[in-house]
Design a protein around this ligand. Sequence first.
Ligand code: HEM
Length: 464
Amino acid sequence: MSLLALDTRASLRPPAPVPRPEPLGPIALFKVLRNNSLETWTRAHFEQPIVTGGLLIAEVAVVSDPAAIRRVLIENVGNYRKDSLQRRMLSAVLRDGLLIAEAEQWRMQRRTLAPLFAKRSVMSFASEMARAADALVSRWRGYGEDCTLDVAAEVTQVTLDVLERTIFSDGLGGDPEDVRTSMRTYFDTIGRIDPFDLLGLPDFVPRLSHRKVRPTLRFFDASVDSIIAARRRRLAEDPSSVPRDILTLLLEAQDPETGQGMSEAEVRANVITFIAAGHETTANAITWSIFLLSHSPEWSERVAAEAEREIGRPAEDLSGRLAQTRAVVEEAIRLYPPLVAISRAAIEPDELAGRPINRGSMVVIAPYVLHRHRLLWQQPDFFDPGRFLGSARGRIDRFAYIPFGAGPRGCIGSAFALQEATIVLASIIRDFRLELAPGHTVWPVHRVTLRPRGGLPMRVRSRA
Ligand code: HEM
C-alpha cells in the first residue's frame, strides 16, 4: 500500500490507501479485513455504481449509486435488516438499546427518543459542550508552552466529558474517578472485534478479550444502575429539583402513540448506547479535523478567526454561527467517515443499480467509498471544506454524502455530534497551533471506527 502525497502547497491530499487494481483472494482478504478493511477496496469500488462478489459467508454487493442507496435505506427499507455480524458484535451489551433493537421495540424507542435529539433539545446542550471544550483548553494550557500530546486520546476524553455532562449533569455519584476509569475500560473492551465474533460463536461463549476486565465491566453496569435509581427517586420526590439532562429526559420519555415509558433495562441500555455510539465516533471527527487543519494554514486561519469572533457570545446557537468550522468537520468526515460502512442483509430478492440482489445477500453501503467515488465528487481525495459552504453545498446529492447514514435508522445523534465537534474544534483552534510530531506518519485504520493508527501525537503551542 503506498501513501498518497501529502501536498500542502496548493491543495491537500491527505493519506489514504491507493485502491487495489484487482481484488484480493479469500485468505489474503480475510487477513487484510481483520487488520484494516480500508486496504481491501479496489479501483472498481471507487469507479462503479455497484460491485458484487462473494465473501466467505455470503454474497456481497457494495453499493455506491445514490438512487440504490435511497432504495435500501428508505424506499424499500423493510427488505433490509441489520446483518447478524454487526448485531452479534454489539448486541451483548447494548441489547434493548436503540442501535440494536428491531421491529416494534425499535419503532417504539425511536418515537420516544426522537424529542431528546431534536434541534431545540440539542441546542440546549451547547453550553455544556462549550464548558467541556474550555476544560480541555485549560488542561492544555496547564501543560505549558510547546508540549507533545496524543490529540486522539485527549479528544476522546472531551467527548466522554460532554456525554457525562449532558447525560448525568449532576455527577457520577460517589466515586466519579472510579466510574470514569471503568467507563473507559468498558468502551475500550466492547469496541474491539473479538475473534470469536468473526467465527460466529454464540453470545454465551465467554470472550477472551472480556475476561480480565469483567469486574470492571460489572462495576460500570452497577454504577449506571445506581445513578438511574437515585435519579428516579429524586424525580418521584421533587421533580422540580432535578436537572433537565438526557437521563431525566429518558426517564420521563413517553411513546407519543401509547403514552408508555421505557423499562429499566431500556433506560440503562440507551444510556450505554449513547455513550458507545456517540463518543468515539465524535472524537474521530474532531481528531481528523485537527489533523487536516494542521496541514492547511489557510483553513486553520479561517477557523481561528471565526472562533475568535464567535466564541464567548451566547452558546445556544454557537455552532450555527461557526459555519466555516462546521464545513471543516463535514469535510473531515467525508474523507474519514467515523463509520466506514453500513451493512444490511436482504430479506427478499431485490434489484439495485440494475443488478439482481438475492435473498440473504449482504448489501454494503460504505461512506468511505461513496465519499471518494469518482462518479460523484470532483477531486474526491482532496481536502476542500468549500464543498460544504454556500451554493456548493446544494449541489451535493443527499445520498452521496451519508456519514450519519440515512432514513429511519439513520443516526439519531447527528445534530448533537456536529454541534459538539464544531464547538470543540473551534475552541481548540482559537487557542492553539498544532503540528504533527516529527517523525510520525498518519495512516487511517478501520478498528470499529476509522482512526489514525497509533493515535495522533502533535506538538501543541499556544497561539498567543
Ligand atoms: C460523528 C459522530 C457520529 C457518526 C459518524 C455516527 C454515525 C452513525 C451512523 C452511520 C448510524 C447508522 C448505522 C446504520 O444505519 O447501520 C448511526 C446510528 C446511531 N447513532 Fe450515530 N453517529 C455519530 C454520533 C452519535 C451520537 C453523538 C449519538 C448519541 C449521543 C449517536 C447515536 C446513534 C444511535 C442511537 C444510532 C442508532 C439509531 C437507530 O438505529 O435508530 N451517534 N450513527
